[in-house]
Design a protein around this ligand. Structure first.
Ligand code: TXA
Ligand code: MG
Length: 326
């Protein structure tokens, strides 16, 4: 484990390579310190959820070195271009529709067809992302439910112990998490308030903002606000011990299952495979998807939380995204 200061370029280089190789790295941004993993690597992302002890698979923000790299991953709207030009690099994340062939793994997206993109302005972070050369997902570098760190002194030892590197660049200048804007339609929808304010959007980008509650009844509501966002089209039967006629069976340590989340009782492997296997099972248009019981410990809790949502009655709006700690 390495603690680097801002001027140790070789250490930033090594940290960038560590990210590329699927390791976790804690790094500064202008908002808060993030704990990063390669966005295209489901095993690295599963480890990230685990070390954060994140009880749910909330979609993660994808960090890119520049706007060009970010916009290669999504369907770019006119609104996204306007907002990107006005506020990137900087403390703003844009939710956009992910391209089908985008490398961002399904676990990082929590199975959604959209992603939140961010191009941070912190120069150390930019250098790290350039060296890594890949999109990097990064939630705040705190155990779930705890305060976000704005200084390496806030970092918990246990989290540090799970990382290949920690880059210390002093205090984060903004100190609160990025503003999240849904930019898929014509008007910006403010999903999370942050350093870029409604006033900034109004004055600098000359755009009027909506809040999610103002979009209910219009198309489309932010996916994170639905009790059942990515749910397969097929009905889901949980805690299934065996396959019934017409079902596709997703097993846990079950070699005879149609899809086996893991063959060695490994919850991390199961988490890494979860969304892909749900997609693959759904593609076969079964009567139902049956899924074996998943041990409810460690990252298994997040798997079970996600499965409960995927099995929930469809399209029931909740407001749980607002104010949550992640
Ligand atoms: O400032 C920040 O944004 C920090 C630094 C490290 O960049 N990161 C951060 O990540 O705050 P996190 O994981 O703590 O918060 C991510 C938020 C969650 O509320 C999640 O639901 C939302 O972003 N989000 C991610 N992808 C989304 C999507 N496709 N649609 C709607 N919300 C999304
Ligand atoms: Mg957070």
């Amino acid at each position: 484990m390495i603690i680097a200061t801002a001027h140790q370029e070789d250490i930033i280089e090594r940290a960038g390579l560590a990210l590329r190789h699927g390791k976790l790295v804690i790094f500064p941004t202008e908002t808060v310190y993030g704990i990063g993993a390669a966005a295209d690597n489901p095993h690295a992302v599963a480890r990230l959820y685990e070390v954060k002890n994140r009880p749910k698979f909330n979609p993660l923000i994808v960090h890119c070195a520049n706007q060009e790299m970010a916009f290669k991953l999504v369907k770019v709207t006119k609104l996204a271009k306007q907002l990107g030009d006005a506020f990137w690099p900087g403390p703003m994340s844009l939710v956009l529709t992910c391209l089908e062939d985008s490398p961002i793994c399904a676990l990082a997206r929590a199975g959604l067809d959209s992603i939140a993109l961010r191009v941070p302005s912190n120069p150390i972070c930019q250098k790290l992302l350039e060296v890594a050369g890949i999109p990097v997902v990064a939630p705040s570098a705190n155990p779930s439910g705890k305060l976000s760190p704005t200084n390496v002194k806030h970092l918990e030892k246990e989290l540090i112990a799970n990382c290949a590197a920690v880059i210390d660049a002093g205090r984060c200048s903004k100190g609160i998490e990025s503003t999240i804007i849904d930019a898929r339609n014509e008007m910006p929808v403010l999903l999370r308030q942050g350093p870029i304010t409604k006033y900034d959007i109004n004055t600098k980008a000359k755009l009027q903002c909506l809040f999610p509650e103002q979009t209910v009844g219009q198309k489309p509501i932010a996916p994170g606000l639905l009790a059942s966002h990515y749910a397969p089209s097929a009905e889901l039967r949980l805690n299934a011990n065996q396959k019934q006629p017409g079902e596709i069976f997703i097993g846990f340590d079950s070699p005879t299952a149609d899809f086996n989340l893991t063959s060695k009782g490994d919850l991390l492997e199961a988490a890494a495979n979860l969304f892909d296997m749900l997609h693959l099972a759904d593609k076969q248009k079964p009567v139902r998807i049956a899924i074996a019981p998943i041990p409810n410990n460690g990252i298994g809790e997040a798997i079970n939380e996600r499965l409960a949502r995927a099995a929930a009655p469809r399209n029931v709006p909740t407001i749980e995204q607002n104010g949550q700690k992640t």
